[in-house]
Design a protein around this ligand. Structure first.
Ligand SMILES: Nc1ncnc2c1ncn2[C@@H]1O[C@H](COP(=O)(O)OP(=O)(O)OP(=O)(O)O)[C@@H](O)[C@H]1O
Ligand code: SF4
Ligand SMILES: [Mg+2]
Length: 339
């Protein structure tokens, strides 16, 4: 695999008066150019914190960041703030969940996208405006030469998200991080935005990290998927393989929480019982053990005393799972639904 991005043993810890919050604790993954990685996990599992580190967003804060973030061989954790500033937007860009909070209400959409372009290109305002109109057209904004002068609040939610995609892609970055990019949108617009992202990805050969709660989005978009729990990867592998042959109880639980969109009758969502763990004092052993109904199938009290390593699953080395179960046979649907 051509490792365009390699994250190695990434840790992002926040010292607080109550102790250290280990929001990301030893995360490793790879992404090739033009491919998509889906990161899933419950709220608070460290998805945003780990991805923000790629853009250097923890710099200048009290966060303790360690490990390696290798982008085409350069460790982004070791470059200067100035170098990071030059790469941000040009090589790595981010699409946020809520474009209203990412865009300034007092400046026109065109102005803001144009400035994002001019930071990295020595061009006149007029030339930038022409480029912005081209981008707005590319992301499907109607009458872009007129809408370029609108303010963010004059755009609909879907149009704002399109504008944000235009802003992220205007410098043709190799890597785009999309953090819950469609959560705030209705289902039809959501599908359009995801289609747009995929279409632009093909055109620009962009690597995408998509952070989402929605396994449907992962199934549709991602080549690989990383399941996070309590700041760590608990399962990682090719999307189709992982979604059809998940090998650890937390992923089983996540999958059974997904509504079956093809079902005739409305199915009840099955949430995973219990609450996500505290990252200040995570449970001993496997962090999932207080919520896991399969721990009794592991000999002794291993689940409670010893943290499992991320090891190859039973179906090949490309699929990793963090679980002590020696026979991770996928339980039948009924069992999954009760887990
Ligand atoms: N500056 C900070 N100081 C202390 N703790 C923090 C800080 N920023 C984030 N955290 C904690 O780090 C953990 C991971 O946060 P993160 O935002 O990455 O979660 P997430 O997986 O993106 O969740 P969500 O799905 O809700 O967006 C959370 O417990 C959060 O409270
Ligand atoms: S290691 Fe034990 S507690 Fe953790 S997921 Fe596997 S079976 Fe459950
Ligand atoms: Mg988040």
């Amino acid at each position: 695999m051509d490792n365009f991005l390699s994250v190695r043993d990434l840790r992002v810890h926040f010292p607080t008066p109550d102790g250290v919050v280990k929001a990301t604790d030893g995360l490793s993954y790879d992404l090739a150019k033009g491919k998509t990685l889906g990161i899933v996990g419950e709220s608070g599992s460290g998805k945003s914190v780990s991805s923000s580190a790629i853009l250097g967003l923890h710099r200048g804060t009290s966060a303790q960041v360690s490990g390696q973030i290798l982008l085409e061989g350069t460790d982004l954790l070791t470059i200067t703030d100035e170098e990071m500033r030059l790469r941000r937007g040009k090589e790595v860009a981010m699409i946020f969940q809520d474009p209203l909070s990412a865009m300034h209400p007092y400046y026109t959409v065109g102005n803001q996208i144009g400035e994002a372009y001019r930071v990295h290109h020595d061009v006149s305002k007029k030339a930038a405006r022409t480029r912005v109109i081209e981008m707005l057209e590319l992301v499907g904004i109607p009458q872009p030469d007129r809408r370029v002068d609108d303010y963010p609040h004059q755009f609909s939610g879907g149009m704002r998200q399109r504008a944000m995609i235009a802003m992220a892609l205007i410098n043709d970055p190799g890597l785009v991080i999309a953090d819950e990019p469609t959560t705030a949108l209705d289902v039809t617009v959501q599908a359009q935005i995801l289609d747009l992202l995929q279409q632009l990805q093909k055109e620009f050969n962009t690597g995408i990290i998509i952070i989402t709660h929605d396994l449907g989005v992962v199934a549709e978009m991602a080549d690989d998927v990383l399941v996070m729990y309590a700041g760590k990867a608990v399962e990682y592998g090719p999307t189709k393989e992982l979604l059809t042959h998940p090998e650890m109880p937390y992923t089983w639980g996540l999958l059974s929480s997904v509504p079956d969109l093809t079902a005739d009758v409305e199915e009840k969502l099955v949430p995973i019982p219990g609450t996500p763990p505290s990252l200040l004092s995570p449970p001993s052993g496997c962090a999932f053990h207080p919520r896991c109904r399969y721990k009794d199938q592991v000999a002794g009290d291993l689940c409670v005393t010893q943290q499992p390593d991320l090891t190859p699953g039973s179906r090949g080395p490309g699929h990793l799972k963090r679980c002590h179960l020696t026979d991770p046979t996928v339980p039948n649907e009924e069992e999954v639904a009760q887990s």
